[in-house]
Write a protein that binds this ligand. Structure first.
Ligand SMILES: [Zn+2]
Length: 155
């Protein structure tokens, strides 16, 4: 990704918004999986947002420093530092590419846009209003959920 995705978000004003350091792409993805506003890549915090980095910098209250290790460990550290817990209702509620909230899309509008087996098996589909990508809770989502739950992060 060459351009920075911004996090204009009309739905979740009570949740913290994160600016994620360019070296922490996997962490940014996991934050989005959990429905958090995670702009990436960033070099410094913007007003009202929390900067997450693995660099040993002199950190202000708007910065969280995570240890440079597994992205899921970093995710847990960041959420603990921010004092927030995950909300299962927000799982996969945000486009993993664009960082904008997805919207539920009527099933008949996605015929032919997802694998036929998926289309037949599931009833709920979400679409990104920016890139048009369709998201659903299939086996990939289940595997992500299991990894999160193993870390003690309900999703
Ligand atoms: Zn998108």
């Amino acid at each position: 990704m060459s351009s920075r995705t911004s996090g204009t978000d009309s739905q979740n004003h009570s949740l913290p918004a994160f600016d994620v350091d360019g070296m922490l792409g996997h962490l940014a993805k996991w934050l989005r999986v959990l429905g958090f506003d995670a702009a990436y890549p960033c070099k410094a915090p913007s007003p009202g947002r929390t900067f997450i980095t693995a660099k040993r910098i002199a950190a202000g209250s708007d910065t969280i420093i995570v240890e440079d290790q597994d992205p899921l460990d970093q995710l847990k550290q960041a959420l603990e530092h921010a004092g927030i817990s995950t909300d299962p209702g927000l799982f996969l509620s945000r486009c993993l590419l664009c960082n904008v909230p997805v919207k539920e899309v009527p099933r008949d509008r996605i015929a032919g846009r997802v694998p036929e087996l998926i289309f037949q098996a599931l009833t709920k589909f979400n679409e990104c209003p920016r890139c048009g990508r369709v998201f659903w809770e299939g086996s990939h989502a289940e595997r992500m959920k299991m990894r999160l739950q193993k870390m003690g992060l309900p999703s």
